[in-house]
Design a protein around this ligand. Structure first.
Ligand code: ADP
Ligand code: MG
Length: 178
């Protein structure tokens, strides 16, 4: 806690739509210059989170994994910069490549595999730690690096529950007239 403010929240999502909905809800809190670190194993849902965050920012272009470019930029309520460090050897290489530049001050920067930047990551950031893979539910830890980032945690209603796709068995069959 900093001045009585919660620095961490943990939510669960059961499918990719739930993770996207979480990210979209958080995007309401976005301000220019924000930095969000996405951490989790391959297939955890970091890119799904980025897609949902973009949707929340009003990005209409399709957000794809930027694995073959260092950084992709999208236009929304604020510019969104999406970085994926998966194929990068290390922090030095990333920084030498101009990973963090002044343009990002005008938008929100999401970094997948941000832990690879180690100490080069500023403390002022939101950490999104995604645990789980495959069809398992995801446990998602949201951690504010400083008091400025608690607004993301506060943007999420206290009783927020991820929406899940309706199970197929409960859906009326096609043409059943229901
Ligand atoms: P990463 O970027 O972390 O490598 P992706 O977002 O590209 O992961 O992929 C996550 C995969 O896991 C997708 O195939 C998605 O459909 C699946 N998935 C299953 N459940 C969830 C969930 N609760 N949240 C996010 N993705 C999920
Ligand atoms: Mg990814």
């Amino acid at each position: 806690m900093i001045e009585g403010r919660t620095l961490e929240r943990i939510v669960e999502t059961r499918d990719p739509a739930g993770t996207r909905a979480l990210a979209a809800a958080l995007a309401v809190a976005a301000r220019p210059g924000d930095l969000i670190s996405l951490v989790g194993e391959l297939g955890a849902g970091k890119t799904q989170f980025a897609k949902g965050f973009g949707a929340g920012l009003g990005v209409t272009d399709t957000i794809v994994s930027p694995s073959f470019v260092l950084m992709a930029e999208y236009r929304g309520r604020l510019p969104l910069f999406h970085i994926d460090l998966y194929r990068l050897a290390g922090a030095a290489e990333a920084l030498a490549g101009g990973l963090i530049d002044e343009r990002q001050g005008e938008g929100v920067t999401l970094i997948e595999w941000a832990e690879r930047l180690e100490d080069a990551m500023p403390a002022g950031r939101l950490d999104v730690l995604i645990e789980g893979a495959g069809d398992d539910p995801r446990r998602i830890v949201l951690r504010a690096g400083d008091a400025g980032y608690t607004r993301y945690l506060e943007a999420l209603p206290a009783n927020w529950v991820a929406p899940t796709a309706e199970p197929a068995t409960e859906r009326a069959p096609e043409g059943s007239g229901r």
